[in-house]
Design a protein around this ligand. Structure first.
Ligand SMILES: Nc1nc2c(c(=O)[nH]1)N[C@H]1C(S)=C(S)[C@@H](COP(=O)(O)OP(=O)(O)OC[C@H]3O[C@@H](n4cnc5c(=O)[nH]c(N)nc54)[C@H](O)[C@@H]3O)O[C@H]1N2
Ligand SMILES: Nc1nc2c(c(=O)[nH]1)N[C@H]1C(S)=C(S)[C@@H](COP(=O)(O)OP(=O)(O)OC[C@H]3O[C@@H](n4cnc5c(=O)[nH]c(N)nc54)[C@H](O)[C@@H]3O)O[C@H]1N2
Ligand code: SF4
Ligand SMILES: [Mo]
Length: 755
């Protein structure tokens, strides 16, 4: 007997609603949920393989605890005992900063990851916090923090209504979109063109997205900030400015960008000055327009400036906060909107990393610095001696995995919350495996704040927890208790504490719908089968669409959401300024001090136009970072770890299609087969990330059979965007040679040699 169940797909940021077919406890089929209020039936090959991802036989079923050097199956009780015994002495002996925390990408794709990590960090009180954000979007957080006073206030392009979309460093036809949650991004781009709109794509590769575009500009990697600055310069010079209201600093900005004329940047960007003028004029002339930048413009030396300039262009053309432009979504679980007015502002560099003195950003240190924070002693402070990794595989996702690999092996204690024994978790003393997605509830705390339409959806587990499994929410609650000296306490106490604190604060706030009420009475009104559901109910009811615990009787509650299994549509994005602003001025601060102070570095880049090859990344639709190469249905075909190289470069270097090539960077060397293609511009080569599954001690039977190489071994971790601490992953100088070239150094794949 088969049945069907709804489940929001957690495999990328698009958050499509799926209809799963379930036989017994096994997901046998997945299709798009046509009634989903947001995704309306869209599905991609990854979502269609939900069942295979869910039932991968290599997923761990029980906790593992290291005994006599070997990871062995253990009970949950033994595992949490080991965690408490491993972490507490490090805190007591060396202080909280000696315990590092690494949070990986899937934390933004699980309910557990949305609800518990903030408590883990607060409970530990550690400053040794590293996340995937500093190999990804930290530049955007910093730019938003500086412009709007809120690092999480990220405007998203109004894909459904815009007349003109400029995509820079993004390939949503493969990635399905990022910092812009839009199921069926490809369909939305096609609809834009069908309604007479214009699509411009700036990317050194002629991607599937670029092929859809009216105009594709193959910029030299790493120079987006120059290109965007020159576009802003053209807007000023040609009197095309019509700034968004609530903005200050327009004249100062004009002065600050004086040197960045199209002629001045053309050489570095390798883009014709006349074309840059056209780009700016077209942007200004469009009835509505949105500039949107992603990985390719973030993970570069001027990532924060490029991210800032994306918003600057939207602001100068009046497109920020207007329909068809770029708007701030309003999610159902956002905090109760406070009245507009000055806020606390955004601070950077409140503390620094111990070894290289990197400034913190958003409370985080650069993931690139994790290895040195473990393996390097300094006069001041303690190295990281114990590590808590939740949904993170930095050995593959961060620069110089070999060094990190060795550093992790030297830790006094490490715990990984991870479904796989992989390149990172193999170093753990305890592995706590979460259940597969079909057995987990789902709500998108993060992605609804980045969605192109306001909506809210929640799906309960499609399949009950298998015997012996523990919900990831409970795993994280127990982990918090174990590492904060409350080992063994009821995990529900963690949720009750949050509920008590949140309500206790809300009743004191004049703008809260529960102002002046009794927090205990309110807590008793919450519904839900467990702590996480009660917390979701709490957030929905206090949120912008909530029932305010009766203040708005037809408002949102968990009960109401459960009655709408395909979700509740909350309408198109709406102008919201000045309410979201939390700057000290209460206005959009167009030229913040730290940005102005970084402009001389950009000015220096005007003179750069490197002769050698530079490396960029790429994504494949059927993959996801480092953890989907173990699913046979999603590997093979064009999803391969090959080096894309332009025919002219290949010819010059003697590289043949399909033959192995050696790629060398500051951090090491790898060898991968060449794929000669004119889809990549001259002077640029591309390798995907997330490969390199050939280390011993993992349990990834399919992935390790076709391991690929770790592109991040080409990096030494020293190249960062200084404002955000974000790793430079694109535009990286490399040397390329045929692996068979005579006279070259012996071919050593550094990482295999070391393990
Ligand atoms: N060169 C290069 N490097 C890159 C990038 C690039 O473009 N180029 N991209 C960067 C980006 S954008 C990112 S976000 C990072 C990602 O970096 P990471 O977050 O470190 O990597 P992921 O591969 O996403 O792996 C996450 C881990 O989570 C585990 N996992 C999967 N599902 C769950 C779950 O439900 N719960 C838990 N607890 N764990 C789970 C996986 O097994 C895996 O170990 O990589 C970055 N690295
Ligand atoms: N299929 C799939 N989907 C994913 C992921 C995945 O691994 N696979 N990962 C998810 C994650 S964690 C994220 S953060 C998102 C990322 O989402 P996107 O940002 O859309 O990701 P990419 O496909 O890497 O696109 C980045 C593009 O930037 C280009 N580029 C490189 N350097 C430069 C440059 O200097 N300037 C410009 N203008 N372009 C440049 C690259 O050629 C590439 O086409 O994708 C998410 N979705
Ligand atoms: S686009 Fe993303 S969310 Fe939608 S089905 Fe594919 S992987 Fe899942
Ligand atoms: Mo990411």
């Amino acid at each position: 007997m088969s049945r069907s169940a709804l489940r929001i797909c957690p495999l990328c940021e698009a958050t499509c609603g799926l209809t799963l077919t379930i036989e017994g406890t096994r997901v046998t089929h997945a299709r798009g949920d046509r009634d989903d209020v947001f995704s309306k039936g869209f599905i991609c090959p990854k979502g269609a393989s939900f069942g295979a991802v869910d039932s991968d036989p290599d997923r761990l079923r029980t906790p593992l605890v290291r005994r006599d050097g070997e990871l062995r199956e253990a009970t949950w009780e033994e595992a949490f005992d080991a965690v408490a015994a491993g972490i507490r002495p490090v805190v007591e002996r060396h202080g909280p900063h000696a315990v590092g925390v690494v949070l990986g990408n899937p934390n933004v794709h699980t309910m557990a990851g949305g609800l518990y990590p903030p408590l883990l960090l607060a409970g530990l009180g550690t400053r040794s916090v590293f996340t995937a954000s500093t190999v990804d979007q930290m530049p955007k957080h910093v730019s938003s923090g500086l412009l709007y006073g809120d690092a999480n206030a990220i405007p998203v392009p109004d894909l459904d209504r815009t007349d003109h979309l400029l995509l820079i460093g993004a390939n949503p036809l493969e990635s399905n979109g990022s910092l812009c949650t839009a199921p069926d991004f490809p369909g939305k781009l096609k609809a834009l063109k069908a309604r007479g709109g214009t699509l411009v794509v700036i990317d050194p590769r002629r991607t599937r997205t670029a092929r859809l575009a009216d105009r594709h500009i193959a910029v030299r990697p790493g120079t987006d900030a120059l290109l965007l600055a020159a576009m802003a310069r053209v807007l000023f010079d040609e009197g095309l400015i019509e700034p968004t209201p609530h903005v200050e600093g327009v004249e100062e900005l004009s002065a600050a960008l004086r040197d960045f004329t199209p002629e001045a940047v053309a050489g570095a960007c390798d883009v014709d000055a006349g074309l840059i003028r056209t780009l700016a004029r077209d942007l200004a002339a469009a009835p509505t327009a949105a500039v949107y930048g992603r990985i390719g413009s973030c993970t570069v030396p001027h990532g924060t400036l490029a991210s800032w300039l994306v918003d600057v262009l939207n602001i100068l053309t009046g497109n920020l906060d207007r329909p068809g432009g770029a708007l701030f979504p309003q999610a159902a679980t956002d905090r109760t909107p406070r009245p507009a007015g000055p806020g606390r502002g955004f601070a950077l560099g409140r503390w620094h990393s111990r070894v290289s003195r990197h400034p913190e950003a958003k409370g985080e240190l650069p993931l690139s610095a994790l290895a040195e924070e473990i393996d390097t002693a300094t006069e001041e402070g303690e190295p990281v001696r114990a590590l808590i990794a939740v949904a993170a595989n930095p050995v593959l996702s961060a620069p110089d995995g070999d060094r990190l690999d060795k550093a992790l092996a030297s830790l006094d204690f490490m715990v990984s919350v991870d479904p796989y024994l992989n390149e990172t978790s193999r170093h753990a003393h305890v592995v706590l495996p979460p259940p597969p997605p079909a057995q987990s509830p789902h709500h998108d705390f993060a992605f609804n704040t980045l969605a192109v339409r306001n909506q809210v959806r929640y799906t309960r587990p499609a399949v009950p927890l298998e015997p012996g499994r523990m919900a990831e929410t409970e795993i994280l609650a127990r982990l918090i208790l174990a590492v904060t000296g409350m080992h063994g306490a009821d995990p529900g106490a963690v949720d009750d504490m949050v509920i008590g604190q949140t309500l206790g604060k809300a009743v004191t706030e004049a703008h809260s719908p529960v102002h002046g009420r009794d927090p205990r009475e309110l807590a008793a009104l919450l519904t839900g089968v467990d702590g996480p559901e009660r917390r979701l109910d709490l957030m929905l009811r206090l949120g912008p669409y909530g029932d305010g615990f009766g203040a708005t009787p037809d408002g949102l509650t968990l009960e109401k959401l459960l009655a709408h299994p395909h979700g509740i549509d909350l309408g198109p994005l709406r102008p919201r300024l000045p309410q979201p602003l939390k700057t000290r001025s209460g206005r959009v601060e167009l030229l913040p001090g730290p940005i102005a102070a970084d402009l001389p570095r950009l000015r220096a880049a005007l003179a750069e136009s490197p002769e050698g090859l530079v490396l960029v990344g790429r994504r494949h639709l059927r993959s996801n970072n480092s953890w989907m190469h173990n699913v046979p249905a999603l590997t093979g075909g064009s999803n391969r770890c090959t080096l894309h190289i332009n025919p002219e470069d290949a010819e010059r270097l003697g590289v043949e299609d399909g033959a192995p090539v050696r790629v060398r960077g500051a951090g090491g060397e790898v060898t991968a087969p060449a794929e000669v293609t004119d889809a990549i511009r001259r002077g640029v080569v591309s390798l995907p990330h997330g490969w390199g599954h050939d280390r011993p001690g993992t349990r990834l039977s399919h992935a390790s059979a076709d391991p690929g190489v770790n592109v991040n071994q080409l990096l030494d971790g020293r190249a960062l965007d200084p404002l955000s601490g974000n790793a430079v992953l694109n535009g990286v100088p490399v040397d390329v040679a045929p692996a068979t070239a005579p006279g070259g150094p012996a071919l050593t794949e550094k990482h295999t040699a070391l393990t």
